[in-house]
Design a protein around this ligand. Structure first.
Ligand code: FE2
Length: 233
């Protein structure tokens, strides 16, 4: 699927509850940029699986218990919301990181295009059970906005598919990007945004950010493995 789906998952007061818990847990935030106030809570495959998986699985061990303790209720709501779209069963029964948070505080640089334009291919980097039956063709990626800048936030996508991009040479790739217009999908608090990750995408830069602005989102992926959707980050 190269479409974006939206599902109301939690309401604004729930978002505020998550936000205030995140602020209480700031000692566990991991800084992800030496110069910018960009953090995560939880291990993220796309960052922590390089150069090898040791860091990732180390953070899984330290961070999963914290996330479970404080956000189990959010995960339950996530399963209910996602179930409306992907059906079930949906669980967290795996060795990976549970969904975690991207945490941006204010910095004027976040108005620039600093986020990578990418496909989500992290599922292939992780350890899944040997002989597991995995549907590699139909993964999902999701974002649940918890706090957004006053001027909003969103996701940019391009009509370019992973297969098409992979098969193109480097010149053809440039042309693909040049000839494809990008779409902004505006985030709404508490509304889950789901896509395949197989369509070229990027965190949309901020607009006229103010010092009090925050951009907190719950992030994760799903992979259908041995008869169930496994949610992880
Ligand atoms: Fe992504």
């Amino acid at each position: 699927m190269n479409e974006i789906f939206r599902i109301e998952a939690i309401d604004h007061s729930d978002c505020e509850r998550v936000r205030s818990t995140l602020l209480q847990l700031s000692e566990f935030w991991r800084k992800r940029n030496t110069k910018l106030p960009l953090f995560t809570l939880g291990a993220a495959t796309y960052i922590d699986s390089r150069p090898d998986l040791k860091t990732y699985y180390g953070y899984v061990k330290s961070d999963n218990p914290i996330l479970w303790e404080h956000f189990e209720w959010v995960y339950q709501r996530l399963v209910v919301a996602l179930g409306k779209y992907i059906g079930g069963p949906i669980n967290f029964d795996h060795d990976q990181a549970v969904p975690g948070f991207h945490l941006y505080r204010f910095h004027p640089a976040f108005e620039k295009n600093i986020a990578e334009i990418h496909f989500d291919r992290q599922q292939t980097r992780l350890r899944w059970p040997e002989n597991a039956e995995i549907d590699w063709s139909d993964p999902i990626s999701f974002t649940l906005p918890i706090a957004l800048p006053r001027t909003g936030g969103g996701l940019h996508t391009w009509e370019i598919d992973w297969q098409e991009f992979r098969e193109a040479g480097s010149e053809a790739r440039k042309l693909l990007i040049r000839d494809s217009s990008k779409t902004l999908h505006v985030y709404r608090l508490g509304e889950l945004v789901v896509h395949s990750g197989n369509q070229l995408h990027q965190v949309a830069p901020g607009v006229h950010l103010s010092p009090e602005d925050e951009r907190f989102t719950l992030q994760g992926h799903g992979l259908y493995c041995d008869g169930a959707w496994r949610l992880y980050w």
